[in-house]
Design a binder for this molecule. Structure first.
Ligand SMILES: [Zn+2]
Length: 256
């Protein structure tokens, strides 16, 4: 092989390794980034990113309230400022709220200073509405740079990954397509990622809203129960919280 070809391959492999490290839901190279819980019990954590985004977030909340399921919502600070009453309602319903940056802008995920101000602004927006400070964080696009773990530690946040319900959910394929892919990823301890919002903007999420009941109905038929991310991983949901100190015999926190 010629040297130029070798260099080409080496650059490609380096780029792929960089992608794997910084954007894969599964890479642990930049520190712990749990994408599931280690349990043999049939429990699953449903998570929703990029909200609140109306009317979709409230539609999902109405459905979850009807079936008595609690989920985890990773919310964008600007969206929380837009719909504070929706975030407050989710918390009242028993859902857990985590930090998902303030603006969800790609360029604001890269440098340390931007990461710090994004994290802090979202913590402020959430704390103002919730009356307590989140301890869970999910980076936009699951993007982690080498500087992010220290920024999160400074803010008392633990990063949480998960598995995307459907790679093309952003384009809102038919609900049954989303549901089929999501169900293919269902296993004990899975953390499934849905999107009730779209970046920090407003976008139609009707397909996701319609997919969630299909997924939940089938998972219940398969014998699954639903937990929040803090319960699944044994992490506190909020700072200064000891809610997860009590574990039952399955290693899971008692349901609240
Ligand atoms: Zn996001």
């Amino acid at each position: 092989m010629r040297i130029a070809n070798l260099a080409h391959w080496a650059a490609g492999i380096t780029a792929a390794a960089g992608y794997w490290t910084m954007m894969s839901p599964y890479s642990q190279l930049l520190g712990p980034f749990p994408y599931g819980g280690s349990t043999a019990d049939k429990v699953i954590a449903l998570t929703f990113d990029d909200g609140p985004n109306e009317p979709y977030t409230s539609q999902i909340a109405d459905f979850l309230a009807g079936v008595g399921i609690r989920a985890t919502f990773f919310q964008v600070g600007e969206c929380v400022a837009r719909f504070p009453q929706v975030t407050a309602r989710l918390a009242r319903d028993g859902h857990v709220i985590g930090n998902h940056s303030h603006s969800h802008r790609f360029t604001r995920c890269l440098g340390t200073r931007a990461q710090r101000s994004e994290t802090r602004a979202a913590q402020h927006a959430l704390t103002r509405v919730l009356g307590r400070t989140p301890a869970l964080y999910r980076p936009p696009w699951l993007l982690r740079t080498p500087t992010l773990p220290a920024v999160l530690r400074q803010h008392g946040l633990s990063p949480v990954s998960g598995e995307f319900c459907h790679a093309l959910e952003v384009f809102q394929p038919p609900p049954r397509w989303i549901a089929r892919r999501a169900l293919a990823k269902a296993r004990p301890g899975a953390i499934l990622i849905f999107h009730d919002g779209f970046d920090s903007k407003r976008g139609n999420r009707a397909s996701t809203v319609a997919a969630v009941p299909i997924v939940v109905t089938e998972l219940i038929r398969r014998g699954y129960e639903f937990v929040t991310v803090d319960e699944l991983l044994g992490f506190p949901a909020y700072q200064g919280s000891t809610q997860c100190a009590d574990r039952d015999e399955r290693g899971l926190a008692p349901s609240r």
